[in-house]
Design a protein around this ligand. Structure first.
Ligand code: ADP
Ligand code: 5GP
Length: 203
């Protein structure tokens, strides 16, 4: 019997919704859930490590990879480039690992078209004011940028209905529980588990 392919969990939503906070927490919780480390042209934040949070590259390297078709999807997000490497993702899925992606809304749409069977999860803030507050808290956005970010967030929120699941990230612990529940439920679907049942009972 062939080895099962891993499941793809696509976490997306506007900037400041809490995607990366929730993604990190859930990766830490499930020992067997891989994280797809994206390539980006933005500089690292003080708490970030190259190869763990992102692979930080310059524009030339990113553009070269894009030209060679090395990204499954890529997008310009708030002036910086971000992309998911095909080979890294395929390696994880082919060995049967489930993989979580934390990507923007444009990238999530490209990904859903290219890789079938993924589970898409839209994370949004409880209000636009909360989104502004969280972006301020993170402290890496100039006040002059804020209006543009919030307008972009509103446009993205309009696309929530095309996702499989939606998490309104009000209380962080509650959102974390909901994300865990989604992953556990998806992993319990009969198409995922029947292969194992057949092995156990030689059906
Ligand atoms: P995203 O990855 O969607 O851009 P982050 O995960 O970086 O968002 O979160 C933005 C900021 O909001 C961070 O400072 C984070 O600690 C905070 N945050 C995330 N979720 C919540 C929440 N439920 N309540 C309050 N603050 C939150
Ligand atoms: P940040 O710079 O705050 O870490 O991320 C900015 C945005 O880029 C977030 O919405 C994040 O989900 C998104 N992002 C991170 N990696 C990728 C990627 O590989 N592809 C795309 N399309 N977006 C990404």
């Amino acid at each position: 019997m062939g080895k099962k392919t891993g499941k793809l969990f696509i976490v997306s939503g506007p900037s400041g919704a809490g995607k990366s906070t929730l993604s990190k927490r859930v990766i830490g919780f499930f020992g067997d859930l891989g994280f797809s480390v994206s390539y980006t042209t933005r500089p690292p934040r003080p708490n970030e490590t190259d190869g763990v949070d992102y692979r930080f590259v310059d524009e030339g390297r990113f553009d070269g990879m894009a030209e060679k078709g090395e990204f499954v999807e890529y997008a310009v997000v708030h002036g910086r480039k971000y992309g998911t490497n095909w080979k890294d993702l395929k390696r994880m899925l082919d060995r049967g690992s489930d993989v979580l992606l934390d990507i923007d809304v444009q990238g999530a749409e490209q990904m859903s078209e290219k890789v079938k069977g993924g589970v898409s999860i839209f994370v949004l803030p409880p209000s636009i004011e909360a989104c502004a507050k969280r972006l301020n808290l993170r402290g890496d956005i100039a006040p002059s940028e804020m209006e543009k970010r919030l307008a972009a967030a509103m446009d993205e929120i309009k696309r929530a209905a095309s996702y499989d699941y939606i998490i309104i990230n009000d209380d962080l612990d509650g959102s974390f529980e909901r994300l865990k529940a989604i992953i556990t439920a998806e992993r319990s679907k009969k198409d995922v588990v029947m292969g194992r049942v057949k092995e156990l009972f030689t059906l």
